[in-house]
Write a protein that binds this ligand. Structure first.
Ligand code: ZN
Length: 335
């Protein structure tokens, strides 16, 4: 029999939770920073340290989010955003990802003058090209940052709909999400934005239960009507909530390496994905941020070898594909 690493490499994989800004290959960021004369350090190795969590830096979500500042210097320009998106999708395809949902907050890419619409289109152009070149199904989830509040979230939901995949013959926006610090912004604030997104035909997911308890995950389900949840680590502490997730078939987007790095899961603890699977909650194996977390889809999938058989892992990826918000239709031609 082939070694398991080889079988994981060849397994068709599904990526449902990956951020653009945290997944840009460091070499691409270095090249663009040089082009814009913005290099904050002397060489690519020093830059890599600024972009990827280092051993002493683990433990808080804030330290993790701090890694996102540098990529933003170069992702304020249309061509750059398009190019970095293509590079991320190319790497994913190389790792055997067949279905790729990237996510991104357009607002924080408008500081050099791009409109929200352009900020969204630039990613979609990159995804269209990658889809054609690398034979990978792609879609974009638009993120509203929680700290920008519910009104901006509503504006974003409308912008996202105008670029929805079902309205165009190309890769498009497939979903809507909220992300950012959880403690000060309860999910119920975003109820209307989620209604707008769902009525517009987008899939709805939300980051939840990463740094707060299961009561917030309840609110995310009841008030926002999500069909998927990012992380939901704290849900395992509430058996009734676990039954609800299983009963309603709400998929949890699990990001193992990231959860340990942010402290959402204690280093020595078993990852909640095991409980989710045992209790019949659907899951996806996701990278969150390949550059910040120093990981990729094959590494994340391999982490599950300590809990599940290869056959079960393949089944998880196949099931996650069914939960993808990307419409199943022939891939678009490049534009
Ligand atoms: Zn995330």
């Amino acid at each position: 029999m082939k070694p398991s690493s080889d079988r994981i490499r060849k397994m068709p994989k599904t990526e449902l939770h990956q951020h653009v800004d945290g997944s840009i290959p460091p070499s691409t960021i270095w090249r663009m920073m040089r082009r814009h004369r913005l290099t904050p350090v002397r060489d690519p190795r020093a830059l890599q340290k600024l972009l990827t969590i280092q051993p002493g830096e683990e433990g808080t979500l804030l330290a993790y989010l701090d890694k996102f500042h540098y990529p933003l210097w170069i992702t304020q320009f249309y061509e750059n955003i398009q190019e970095v998106t293509e590079a991320i999708a190319r790497d994913a395809a190389k790792n055997g990802v067949k279905t790729l949902e990237l996510r991104y907050s357009p607002v924080i890419h408008t500081y050099a003058g791009l409109t929200l619409r352009q900020a969204i289109r630039s990613v979609l152009t990159g995804l269209n090209r990658a889809s054609k070149r690398h034979g990978i199904d792609c879609g974009l989830i638009v993120i509203a940052m929680r700290q920008h509040g519910p009104h901006i979230a509503k504006i974003l939901a409308r912008q996202a709909i105008s670029e929805a995949q079902h309205l165009h013959d190309r890769a498009g926006v497939v979903g809507f999400d909220i992300a950012g610090p959880e403690r000060t912004t309860p999910p119920r604030l975003f109820r209307e934005a989620y209604e707008v997104a769902a009525k517009g035909g987008l899939g709805v997911t939300a980051h939840s239960g990463e740094e707060v308890g299961p009561e917030v995950v309840w609110q995310t389900i009841d008030d926002l009507g999500v069909s998927r949840i990012g992380h939901a680590c704290s849900a395992v502490r509430d058996p009734v909530l676990m039954r609800r997730l299983a009963r309603d078939g709400i998929l949890v987007e699990c990001c193992l390496t990231s959860n340990y790095q942010t402290g959402a899961v204690a280093r020595e603890a078993k990852h909640p994905i095991v409980d989710f699977v045992e209790k019949g909650v659907p899951v996806a194996i996701c990278t969150d941020n390949t550059t910040v977390s120093g990981t990729d889809q094959n590494k994340e999938t391999a982490l599950l070898r300590s809990y599940f058989s290869l056959k079960d892992i393949a089944r998880i990826h196949a099931q996650a594909r069914e939960y993808s918000y990307i419409l199943k239709r022939p891939r678009p031609s490049a534009r």
